[in-house]
Design a protein around this ligand. Structure first.
Ligand code: BTN
Length: 334
């Protein structure tokens, strides 16, 4: 009910919506409308109420409650089940628990989001700093009918969605550092961790977790030199810095659903490759490939249909697979 009220008020942000109109839209009494408006005000929404005119949404708190996120969703199926928590160990772990505890179906498309993570997980066993109210920490739970060997490309699909969502909401120009870090002005803003439970030819579940640095103004010492936040980068560009994490989540989910459906048609990136390459910060740059079998330098040329990075080395094109090696710029992180 609160979701619907927020949607109606947001559609009419510059005008008043009468109590009667809200009652009609929601199919409830005026007293019920008043009760929900009171709850929204208690949650931090500023709602003007003027006799004979009705209600007007004046300002919205930066919260990720179920009703705030749901009122920002523009998807067909993704995120229609939103599980919000003030605090979690890790949204990836919670998504896995949901899949494991709830049986084989009914949870495809569920999104788990938390305001704080106490054990945020990064790639390669690292941690992901997740202090309260600072970032957008969420995981998408999926059960695609795909060959498990094709699942890792979903991380690149998610990277594309993050680029588009961030650009739409902030006006910034994020880029992808292959395979899936999102950077702005050379600093990391987004990390993506995809985890899968599968049998040899069957996916039990896939969790695609995303951490977006939104409001942070400082970072742990070990990452301070290479990490940044949307707020800091908007400040640097002289942009107005008020960012709604719920709006950002809605935008990223909208693009993820679109790209995911395209990916599913072929189970690879053949229809997305070109667009991915336009987002790729490494394209045409000299990179250092940190291959455990021997590091080397080459020129990044783009990706192939499976998301492998094409690196030209001594006139020969090598295919670099994301699971095995990482890539650095020769002058630093990018
Ligand atoms: C990376 O190392 O770059 C990946 C970081 C992924 C962090 C996100 S935050 C939401 C989700 N839950 C986790 O525990 N990790 C991912």
């Amino acid at each position: 009910m609160k979701t619907k009220i927020l949607q109606v008020l947001r559609q009419n942000q510059d005008s008043y919506v009468s109590g009667q109109e809200l009652c009609g839209e929601l199919g409830v009494s005026r007293t019920a409308v008043w009760k929900y408006i009171k709850q929204l005000k208690e949650a931090g929404y500023e709602i003007a109420a003027v006799q004979n005119r009705g209600y007007r949404l004046v300002s919205v708190p930066d919260i990720l409650s179920q009703s705030e996120v749901a009122s920002r969703l523009h998807t067909k199926w993704l995120g229609h089940d939103i599980r919000y928590y003030d605090e979690l160990d890790s949204t990836n772990m919670e998504a896995k628990r949901i899949a494991e505890e709830a049986g084989t179906d009914g949870w495809h498309g569920t999104v788990v989001v938390a305001d704080k993570q106490t054990a945020g997980r990064g790639r390669r066993g690292r941690t992901w700093s997740s202090p309260v109210g600072t970032g957008l920490f969420f995981s998408v739970l999926l059960k695609p009918e795909i060959n498990p060997g094709n699942a890792s490309m979903l991380t690149l699909v998610k990277g594309m969605a993050a680029v588009k969502g961030i650009a739409e909401v902030t006006g910034l120009s994020p880029q992808i550092k292959w395979p899936n870090d999102i950077v702005i002005h050379g600093k990391k803003i987004v990390g993506i961790l995809t985890e899968m439970s599968a049998q040899i030819d069957y996916v039990n579940h896939i969790v695609v977790g995303t951490g977006i640095n939104v409001h942070q103004t400082e970072f742990p010492e070990e990452i301070a030199g290479k990490a940044s936040s949307l707020r800091l980068e908007m400040q640097a560009e002289g942009k107005e810095e008020s960012i709604s994490r719920a709006q950002l989540l809605g935008a990223v989910l909208k693009y993820f659903e679109q790209y995911y459906e395209i990916y599913l048609q072929t189970e690879d990136l053949s229809a997305l490759k070109e667009e991915y390459q336009t987002m790729l910060v490494n394209c045409g740059r000299t990179v250092r490939v940190l291959d455990p079998l021997g590091e080397y330098e080459g020129k990044a040329m783009g990706i192939d249909c499976r998301g492998e990075l094409l690196v030209e080395r001594d006139g020969e094109v090598c295919r670099v697979s994301a699971g095995e090696v990482s890539v650095r710029g020769i002058y630093g992180y990018v």
